[in-house]
Design a protein around this ligand. Structure first.
Ligand SMILES: [Ca+2]
Ligand SMILES: [Ca+2]
Ligand SMILES: [Ca+2]
Length: 234
C-alpha cells in the first residue's frame, strides 16, 4: 500500500513538473506586449528621460532560456524593455543591470549582447533574416533594415532602438517580437535571459506577439510635442 502511494506521488510529481516546465501553446498565446501609439516620438539618444517612456508598460526579461527556469531580479542580471510607436516607427527602450559587463570583445560570443527578433510579417518563427545581435555599448554604422538606429546611455545600462516599419506600425497590427540578453561573465556565456513565457527555451522557434495599440488623447499631444522641442534645445 505504502509503495503504491509512493508510486502515485512520484507519478503525480512527474506529470506536474512536466506541465510546469514545458511551454504550452496557451502560455505563448496569452503572452504579448502591447506597444502604444505616442503623441511624439522619443529621441533615440540612449537616455530614457523622454516623457513617453514613463507611461509605456514594462516587459521584464525573466525567463532563463538556456536552462529553462524563471529568473528573479538579481545583481547577476536584471533587465526590462518598453516599446512605443509613432509615424511608421517602432521604438524600443531597454534597461540592463549586469554584475559584469563584458564589452568591446574581439570575439562577439565573449561579449554581453542583446538578441532581438522583429518579424514584421508575423511568420511567428525565428529566422536569421530578422534576428539582431546588438553588443552592449556598440552603435554600429551599418544597420540591417528595418533597424534604423541604436543608441546607448549610462555606460551601457540603457539603450534605445528604432525600427522603420512603415504601414505595419498601425493600430491593431501584430508582429512577432522577442528580446533576450546573453549574459557573459568571466569570459563565459552564463545565461540567456529573455522576455518570454514560463517554459520557453532557446530551442523553441516560435515567437511571442507585439501588438500596436492606440488610445491617445489629442490634447495631451500638444503638450508633449512642446516638451520634445524644448529637449532638443539642450
Ligand atoms: Ca531618449
Ligand atoms: Ca551577470
Ligand atoms: Ca555580463
Amino acid at each position: 500500500m505504502r509503495t503504491q502511494i509512493l508510486l502515485a506521488s512520484v507519478l503525480l510529481l512527474t506529470v506536474m513538473s512536466y506541465a510546469l516546465g514545458h511551454l504550452t501553446d496557451e502560455n505563448l498565446q496569452n503572452f504579448q506586449y502591447n506597444a502604444e501609439l505616442v503623441p511624439v516620438a522619443p529621441i533615440v539618444d540612449g537616455y530614457l528621460d523622454d516623457p513617453v517612456w514613463e507611461e509605456a508598460s514594462v516587459g521584464k526579461l525573466e525567463q532563463e532560456i538556456m536552462h529553462e527556469h524563471r529568473w528573479p531580479e538579481s545583481n547577476d542580471f536584471t533587465g526590462s524593455f518598453k516599446a512605443v510607436w509613432r509615424s511608421g516607427f517602432l521604438y524600443v527602450a531597454i534597461k540592463i543591470q549586469d554584475d559584469q559587463f563584458e564589452k568591446y570583445q574581439s570575439k562577439l560570443f565573449r561579449a554581453d549582447q542583446l538578441i532581438l527578433h522583429i518579424d514584421q510579417f508575423h511568420y511567428q518563427r525565428k529566422d536569421e533574416l530578422y534576428r539582431y545581435e546588438i553588443p552592449i555599448g556598440i552603435e554600429e554604422g551599418i544597420l540591417k533594415p528595418p533597424l534604423t538606429s541604436v543608441a546607448w546611455g549610462n555606460d551601457g545600462q540603457t539603450c534605445e532602438l528604432s525600427f522603420r516599419l512603415g504601414g505595419i506600425a498601425s493600430k491593431d497590427s501584430v508582429i512577432s517580437f522577442s528580446i533576450a540578453y546573453d549574459d557573459v561573465d568571466n569570459g563565459q556565456l552564463q545565461n540567456k535571459i529573455a522576455w518570454a513565457p514560463v517554459g520557453y527555451t532557446e530551442q523553441d522557434d516560435r515567437l511571442p506577439d507585439l501588438v500596436f495599440t492606440a488610445k491617445i488623447d489629442p490634447n495631451v499631444q500638444q503638450k508633449l510635442i512642446r516638451w520634445g522641442q524644448i529637449k532638443r534645445l539642450y
